[in-house]
Design a protein. Structure first.
Ligand code: GUN
Ligand code: ZN
Length: 445
C-alpha cells in the first residue's frame, strides 16, 4: 500500500458554475489536502483535518500553488505530433498535403512506439491526464498508443481511424479489415486497466457507406465504447460530404442514419450546423467538441458554444493537435475565450476551468472517475503555478481573487505553469521532462 498526502490550495468543481458568483459549484480551500492511496483519492479537505486523520504519511507541500484535477482533452490526433504547425492550408488541403503523408509512417511498429512516448510526454508536461485520441488507420498505431497508456497507468481513450476512400493507398483499410481490426483492438484493450476503446470512423469523406454500416455494427456490438468522428468543420468539407451522401438530410444525418449518435458520441468541431442538426444533437445527447486553436489555425469558423448550451447540449473542449497549435488546455481555453468574445460571450474563468476538468469528464460520462478531487476518484492531479514566468509574476502582483488568478493562468499559462502532475497518484511531470530530453538526445546522435 502506498500513501501520500498532497498539500496546497485546492480547487475542485462539482458542477458547471452558472456565473462567477456561483460558489456552490466548486470547493476552494486555501490550505487543502488530498490523501492518496494506491492511485485513488481517499480523502480531501482542509489540511489540518485530513493530516490528523491520515497519521504518519509522507507530505508533499505544494503551497502556494493550486491543486486541481488533471486536464482532459476530448479530441486529439496521436499521429500528428510531427504535423503540428504546418503552414498555409485549410482543412482538405491540410489533410492531403501534410497530414495523410505523415500518418502513413505509423504502419511501422517502431515509429508508432517512439511517437507514442513523445506524445504522452507532451500530454503529461502540459497537465493533461486523460485524452481522447485518434490513432492512424494502422492497428499498430493503436497498439502503441494503448501500450504506452498502460505503461503510464493513464486513463486514455482512443481508436484506430476507419477510412476506406479519399486517402492515399497506404492509409486505407476496407470495411471488413476496419471492422476486424477494431474488434481485435477492443478485445485486446477496451476496459483493460484504465483504457477505453473509441470506435472511430474518421469522417464521412473518408468512409464509404459500406464502412459506415460496419461502424454501425461495431457500435451495436460494443455499446459501452465511445464513438468519435468529425462534423461540419469546413464549408468545402460539408459540400463534398453532401455530394458523397446525396440522400442525407444534412451532414449530421450521415452519422445519424447509421445509428452513430448517442451520449457516448463525440463530434469534433460541429461549427457550421443547420437547425435540424442542432435539434438532433439535443435529442440524441451527442456531444460537439470545440477545438479553438485548430478552428483559428485552419480558418474553419467560430463555434457557437452559447447557442448550443442554450439548447441544453453539453460541449467538450479540446486541443485537436496537430491542426490545434498547442497541447496546452490552458492555451486552448485562452483561444476559446477569444472565439466566444467575437460572439459577445465572456466565458468566466471558473466556467473555463470547470470545462477542461469536470465538464469534459461529464461529456465522457466519466465524472465518477476523473475530473474532480472527490474521495473515491482516480488521483490524476495537476499543480498550477500562476507565477511561472516573469510576465505572469508581474501580473499576479495585482491579482486579488481566485478568479483573477485563474484568468492569468488561462491567458498566459502553458506547460511552464504546470508545476507537477500526478497520474494515478504518482508524480509524472518530472519523469516526462527527463524522457523528453532523452528523445532529443536520441535524435541528435
Ligand atoms: N477531419 C478529418 N480528419 C481530420 C483531422 O485529422 N484533423 C481535423 N482538424 N479535421 C479532420
Ligand atoms: Zn480532429
Amino acid at each position: 500500500m502506498t500513501q501520500r498526502l498532497l498539500r496546497g490550495r485546492l480547487l475542485t468543481f462539482h458542477r458547471e458554475p452558472e456565473s462567477g458568483e456561483d460558489s456552490g459549484a466548486y470547493t476552494y480551500l486555501e490550505d487543502g489536502a488530498l490523501l492518496i492511496q494506491d492511485g485513488i483519492i481517499q480523502n480531501a479537505g482542509p489540511f489540518a483535518e485530513i493530516s490528523v486523520k491520515a497519521g504518519e504519511v509522507p507530505v508533499t507541500d505544494h503551497r502556494p500553488h493550486l491543486m486541481m484535477a488533471g486536464f482532459i482533452d476530448t479530441h486529439i490526433h496521436f499521429p500528428q505530433v510531427q504535423v503540428i504547425a504546418s503552414w498555409g492550408a485549410q482543412l482538405l488541403d491540410w489533410l492531403n498535403n501534410y497530414t495523410f503523408p505523415e500518418e502513413t509512417r505509423f504502419a511501422s511498429d517502431e515509429h508508432s512506439a517512439l511517437m507514442a512516448r513523445a506524445f504522452f510526454d507532451q500530454l503529461v508536461t502540459h497537465g493533461t491526464t486523460t485524452a481522447v485520441a485518434y490513432c492512424s488507420v494502422h492497428r499498430t498505431s493503436a497498439d502503441a498508443f494503448f501500450t504506452e497508456a498502460t505503461r503510464r497507468n493513464m486513463r486514455m481513450l482512443g481508436g484506430k481511424v476507419l477510412m476506406d476512400r479519399n486517402a492515399p493507398e497506404g492509409l486505407q483499410d476496407t470495411p471488413q479489415s476496419g471492422y476486424d481490426d477494431t474488434n481485435a483492438l477492443i478485445a485486446d484493450w477496451h476496459a483493460k486497466g484504465r483504457n477505453g476503446y473509441v470506435i472511430t470512423p474518421r469522417f464521412a469523406i473518408t468512409s464509404t457507406p459500406e464502412q459506415m454500416a460496419m461502424a454501425q455494427a461495431l457500435a451495436r456490438e460494443h455499446p459501452d465504447c465511445h464513438i468519435q468522428t468529425h462534423l461540419s468543420e469546413n464549408k468545402d468539407e460539408i459540400a463534398f460530404t453532401k455530394q458523397l451522401y446525396p440522400q442525407a438530410r444534412d451532414y449530421l444525418d450521415v452519422y445519424q442514419s447509421y445509428g452513430l449518435l448517442g451520449q457516448k458520441t463525440l463530434l469534433g468541431h460541429s461549427i457550421h450546423l443547420e437547425s435540424r442538426e442542432i435539434d438532433a444533437l439535443a435529442e440524441t445527447g451527442a456531444h460537439p467538441v470545440f477545438c479553438p486553436t485548430s478552428n483559428l489555425f485552419l480558418g474553419s469558423g467560430l463555434f457557437d458554444h452559447g447557442g448550443l448550451r442554450a439548447r441544453g447540449i453539453a460541449n467538450g473542449i479540446a486541443t485537436d493537435v496537430g491542426a490545434g497549435t498547442s497541447y496546452s488546455m490552458l492555451q486552448t481555453l485562452n483561444e476559446g475565450y477569444k472565439i466566444l468574445q467575437l460572439q459577445g460571450l465572456a466565458l468566466h474563468p471558473l466556467q473555463a476551468f470547470h470545462w477542461a476538468t469536470h465538464g469534459n469528464a461529464c461529456v465522457l460520462g466519466l465524472e465518477d472517475k476523473i475530473g474532480n478531487l472527490d474521495p473515491g476518484t482516480e488521483a490524476d492531479v495537476v499543480i498550477l503555478n500562476a507565477r511561472s514566468t516573469p510576465a505572469m509574476a508581474l501580473r499576479m502582483d495585482r491579482v486579488g481573487s481566485l478568479a483573477e488568478e485563474l484568468f492569468v493562468l488561462q491567458m498566459m499559462g502553458d506547460d511552464r505553469a504546470i508545476e507537477e502532475v500526478y497520474v494515478s497518484g504518482s508524480p509524472s511531470k518530472s519523469t516526462s521532462d527527463r524522457s523528453a530530453l532523452a528523445h532529443l538526445a536520441l535524435d541528435l546522435t
